[in-house]
Structures are given as structure tokens and as C-alpha cells.
Design a protein around this ligand. Structure first.
Ligand SMILES: CC(C)(COP(=O)(O)OP(=O)(O)OC[C@H]1O[C@@H](n2cnc3c(N)ncnc32)[C@H](O)[C@@H]1OP(=O)(O)O)[C@@H](O)C(=O)NCCC(=O)NCCS
Length: 399
């Protein structure tokens, strides 16, 4: 007898009646114990944004959509991220997650979200559906003496709520990066993690153009430092952060620090001091018009650029609404994006498109990966929409 295949599934968003099944799925998939009031409240709030697949009335699989706003190319845009992606072991490999992610992307588009970001358990799993790994930070573990001396005593100590002391320099730093969270109105309050509990040894320093938050802890009887968050919006701010950390020379044995991947310190130190085990970041263009419309024809200092209109073919079989030829007309306040029947000037796989407009890669990188074809002028124009920014997202904003 032939295999009848998996039984048909009913897909829908979860309701309060599904809370117990959702928590059970989470516990059995990820092994997270406990149903504290905090966990139950958080998961109750997520129900309307969680897509579930039901097989014979049982919750077999779930994908939760988190809504937030991120910086992309100097603009603030609506985005979402997927979390708690899980299928009960007995229902795996039946295509549930592949279906639910598409439904969640569609719901995100209806909410005006042009991008999806996620932290993969295995990048290869999501790559086949159009997500691309983008570099973010490099985790270094090194003696503080191996960091630059910087400019001492320029950052001032800020006590009180972390948001009050750090939000302004954070916003300036985040605006220079693509995919940095706005930390406004998301499902979590990242600042709470930087407040810390009394006695936790959290220290925060800031100036107008830079900030750093760190925690001291003892490892094998030696003081170690963990930098929880850091950022700067100019060269003086960057030197000020190194200067604040240099005060710990001779005090702490080692510093654990997540440095933007393209910073000279990361490049200088990666061979000898790179740590592993931190989550990578993947990005996906969830909706071509929503993702590209906010992108402006400007340089990193907002000086206008003269970028010609073009016809771009996007290849995206998983999210078929993106698949096709689009006319892009970049302007100083945004890009007009319309579907077109014209012959394309260039073709980009949706992963290549994310690579170029996020500043994670250049046209030749996309060509080499097999994700770009056609005219270099058109590809250079698409890449210029990155606004002179490259990706970075603080580990404190991982979900
Ligand atoms: C990863 C997981 C969510 C996949 O769920 P699923 O419902 O089995 O996924 P699908 O059936 O939609 O799989 C889609 C494709 O990926 C393949 N696939 C499934 N699990 C995979 C894995 N662990 N590694 C690589 N490929 C996998 C499937 O074979 C299928 O390929 P096909 O379309 O060519 O047949 C599920 O295995 C799980 O819950 N794992 C534990 C929790 C976890 O790691 N979650 C991810 C957090 S980021």
C-alpha cells in the first residue's frame, strides 16, 4: 500500500484556548521549563501573532511573529522577526514550518512590514526560503590590554534607569547601522536587561556620541568583564568607548565583547580572540515595495545622489508576491516601486537583494554567490540604496 502522506493540517492564529498547547509545544521542543507568571503573560500576549498548524485538532507546529522597528539605510522601518519556531517531533518534516512562515510573512506585510530578521538554529534551513546571513558582530574574548587605549575619561558614568542615560546616544549610533533595533515599541524592553538587578555589578557610561554597558563577574576567582552593549556615532565616540574600557586594564583578566564585524578592532583581533556560540543574524526582504520604498538616493551624510531609475527582476519562488520585474525610481525621500512588464536591467535573487540594500555585500559578492545577473550599473544603483550603511545589531536585541 502506498504511503498516504501526512494528514491535512488546519492553519490559523492561536487564541486564548490554545495557550496550554502552545506552552506544551515550547516545553517539549526547546526544553524550557516552568510556567512563571512572566512566561504565561508573555506567551498570552503572543497568541494573536502566533501561527499554528493543527493536525487532527492538536497543535503540531507554531511560528511566532514579533513586531518591531529597525533602522535600515538611515530610515526607521517596520519589520518583524520569527521566534519560537517549533514542530512537535512526531509532526516534523511534513512542511508545517515552511507553510507557517509564509503565512506569518503575509500577515507581516498586511501590517506594513517589509523585512524579517531571525536568529537561525541552522542557516541552511532558512536560506532555501530566501533568508540570507548578514554579518553583525564578532564576539571577542581577550585581555583589555589587547583593545585600543582610546581616549580616557570622556564617557561619564550614568546611574538610574538605563534608558534615561543611554537612549539618546544609542539612537544616534543605531541610525548609522542597518538592522539596529530602534528599541521603541517592540515586544521586549532591551533597556530592562541593562538596568540589571541591584548588586549585579552593572556599569553604564555615555556621552552624546557613544555609550557602553558592562557587567563584572568572577570566573575562577578572577574578575572578568562582559560588555553587554556598546555603540558610537563618530570616531571620537569610538575612542571614548575604548578609553572607558582601558580603565579596567590591570583590573579584569579578560573582556567578552561583541564588536561590529567591520570595525578595525574586530578585523585586527579576530584570528587570535574570536569566540563562538553567539547567534548569527539572517535577513529577508519580506515585501519588495515595502522594503525598498523607504530607501533614499542619499549618501551616508544625507547628501543627495543622482541614481537613475531601473527595472529589476527579483527571483523569489517562496514568496511569490515578490517574484517578478519591478521598476525602481530612487529619489531623495524614498524609492517609488511599481510592478513592470519591461525587460529587466538586472536580476537579483531575493537573497542578493537583501545583501545589496543592507550593505552586507557588494554586487560582485552577489554575482559570485549566483544571486545577481545583468547590468552592473543597475546593480550598483541598488547597492547605493544602502545609504552607506552596513549591518549591525546588538546582542542585547537578539530574540
Ligand atoms: C526545525 C523545525 C522547526 C522544522 O520544522 P518542520 O515542520 O519539520 O519543517 P518543515 O517540514 O517545514 O521542513 C521544511 C524543509 O526543511 C527540512 N528540514 C526539516 N528539519 C530540518 C533540519 N533540522 N535541518 C535541515 N533541514 C530540515 C525538511 O525536510 C523540509 O525539506 P523539504 O521541503 O525538502 O522536504 C523542527 O525540526 C523543530 O521544531 N526543531 C527543534 C526546534 C528548533 O530548532 N527550532 C528552530 C528555532 S530557530
Amino acid at each position: 500500500m502506498s504511503d498516504p502522506g501526512p494528514p491535512a493540517a488546519l492553519d490559523r492564529t492561536l487564541t486564548p484556548d490554545d495557550l496550554d498547547a502552545y506552552l506544551r509545544l515550547r516545553e517539549t521542543t526547546f526544553g524550557y521549563p516552568g510556567r512563571t507568571d512572566e512566561v504565561v503573560a508573555a506567551f498570552t500576549a503572543r497568541l494573536p501573532r502566533t501561527h499554528g498548524a493543527f493536525v487532527a485538532g492538536e497543535l503540531a507546529s507554531a511560528v511566532t511573529r514579533h513586531d518591531y522597528r529597525v533602522h535600515v539605510a538611515g530610515s526607521i522601518v517596520a519589520a518583524n522577526g520569527f521566534g519560537a519556531i517549533s514542530t512537535a517531533p512526531e509532526h516534523r518534516r511534513s512542511g508545517h514550518v515552511a507553510r507557517l512562515m509564509r503565512a506569518a510573512l503575509t500577515a507581516g506585510r498586511d501590517a506594513g512590514q517589509g523585512w524579517n530578521l531571525l536568529y537561525p538554529f541552522d542557516a541552511a534551513f532558512y536560506a532555501r526560503y530566501g533568508w540570507v546571513s548578514v554579518p553583525t558582530g564578532v564576539l571577542l574574548e581577550l585581555p583589555p590590554e589587547r583593545l585600543p587605549a582610546g581616549t580616557p575619561r570622556r564617557l561619564r558614568r550614568v546611574d538610574g534607569p538605563a534608558a534615561a542615560g543611554l537612549a539618546a546616544p544609542y539612537a544616534r549610533a543605531a541610525a548609522t547601522r542597518t538592522f539596529a533595533d530602534t528599541r521603541i515599541g517592540g515586544p521586549w524592553d532591551a533597556w530592562e536587561n541593562l538596568d540589571g538587578a541591584p548588586g549585579e555589578g552593572l556599569l553604564r557610561y555615555a556621552s552624546d556620541d557613544a555609550f557602553v554597558a558592562l557587567r563584572l563577574r568572577y570566573v575562577d576567582g578572577e574578575p572578568h568583564m562582559e560588555v553587554l552593549d556598546l555603540g558610537w556615532s563618530d570616531a571620537a565616540g569610538r575612542d571614548a568607548v575604548w578609553g572607558a574600557l582601558a580603565a579596567f586594564r590591570g583590573h579584569v583578566a579578560r573582556v567578552r565583547i561583541h564588536v561590529p564585524w567591520d570595525d578595525p578592532v574586530a578585523l585586527d583581533r579576530v584570528r587570535g580572540h574570536a569566540g563562538t556560540g553567539h547567534p548569527g543574524l539572517m535577513a529577508r526582504v519580506a515585501d519588495v515595495p515595502l522594503a525598498l520604498a523607504p530607501l533614499r538616493a542619499v549618501a551616508d551624510d544625507d547628501a543627495p545622489l543622482d541614481l537613475p531609475p531601473l527595472h529589476l527582476r527579483v527571483v523569489d519562488p517562496y514568496a511569490a508576491w515578490n517574484d517578478g520585474v519591478w521598476r525602481l525610481e530612487p529619489g531623495p525621500t524614498g524609492t517609488t516601486v511599481t510592478p513592470s512588464r519591461s525587460a529587466p536591467d538586472a536580476t537579483l535573487d531575493v537573497r542578493g537583494l537583501a545583501l545589496l540594500v543592507s550593505g552586507a555585500g557588494a554586487p560582485l559578492d552577489a554575482r559570485r554567490a549566483g544571486w545577481a545577473d545583468g547590468g552592473g550599473r543597475a546593480l550598483a544603483t541598488v547597492a547605493a540604496l544602502s545609504g552607506g550603511r552596513r549591518p549591525y545589531r546588538s546582542l542585547i536585541d537578539a530574540f
